[in-house]
Design a binder for this molecule. Sequence first.
Ligand SMILES: Nc1ncnc2c1ncn2[C@@H]1O[C@H](COP(=O)(O)OP(=O)(O)O)[C@@H](O)[C@H]1O
Ligand SMILES: CC(=O)N[C@@H](CCC(=O)OP(=O)(O)O)C(=O)O
Length: 274
Amino acid sequence: MKTNSTENNNLPYGEKKRGLSVVKIGGNVIEDSVALDKFLTLFSKIEGPKILVHGGGKLATQLANKLGIASQLVNGRRITDGESIDIITMVYGGLTNKTIVAKLQAKSCNAIGLSGADGDAIQAHKRPVKEIDYGFVGDIDGINSELINSLLKIGLTPVFCALSHDGNGQILNTNADTIASEIAIGMGEKYETTLYYCFEKKGVLLNINDENSVVTHINTAKYKELLDQKIIADGMLPKLENCYHALHHNVHKVCLGDLEMIHEDAQLFTTITL
Ligand SMILES: Nc1ncnc2c1ncn2[C@@H]1O[C@H](COP(=O)(O)OP(=O)(O)O)[C@@H](O)[C@H]1O
Ligand SMILES: CC(=O)N[C@@H](CCC(=O)OP(=O)(O)O)C(=O)O
């Protein structure tokens, strides 16, 4: 995977934007320690400024089960009651985030773990109750791009978990795909941002049972066609909504694939454009 960061390094600030990679990993990579290690090795080798956003929904569900607390997801979003928000704060902001940061340090990547409350990085409000009461789920109002930029400028790699905050002391649960797209959008003013969604498939598949049936390029017309054919379904629906939201708001490029996608020589993955 290549960024344009090195070629722009010598240009005066403002003449051409530097490249920035925003990479999101989902629960399937996080849960598998071998896959996670492989991913983090590749991630640490990405040249230029980079940001990692991690999910971890499956791990939170597993811990909740062990504690005898039921988990409920509607449209891929967790109904986050008082007990659930405590669990996800422990799992996302604690165990998962700090494990990833420590592993990146071991790979000479100077990572710093953040929730949306740290440095007021991700401001959100509790989702208003309509047909469904999602509880402590946050919809993002803005990201603190100045803070994130200052971390990047001193050579740190921010690692975000799926937590935002409401400014009144309440941590909120926000889907990690959404956090990644909003960070990519927020940083788009200062950087030419590429957003990578890493999940367990090689990309958007024409046939979900055929790992190699990857659609290598999706534009708006193809997206509509795949939606009509119901080839895009389940978790892929909100993921592609996030992709197009990002592309319509100053994000340069969006790619979807498995962890190999962030390898310099990666070939098989999906590139999404307008
Ligand atoms: N056409 C498709 N190609 C690939 N995956 C698809 C497709 N349609 C639905 N999916 C589903 O979308 C899921 C990815 O979404 P999600 O589970 O939210 O990912 P993650 O949480 O790992 O980021 C895949 O595991 C797959 O089951
Ligand atoms: C509101 C909401 O649903 N939040 C997600 C946040 C974690 C996440 O997005 O994890 P994956 O990327 O691994 O699915 C959840 O609690 O499951």
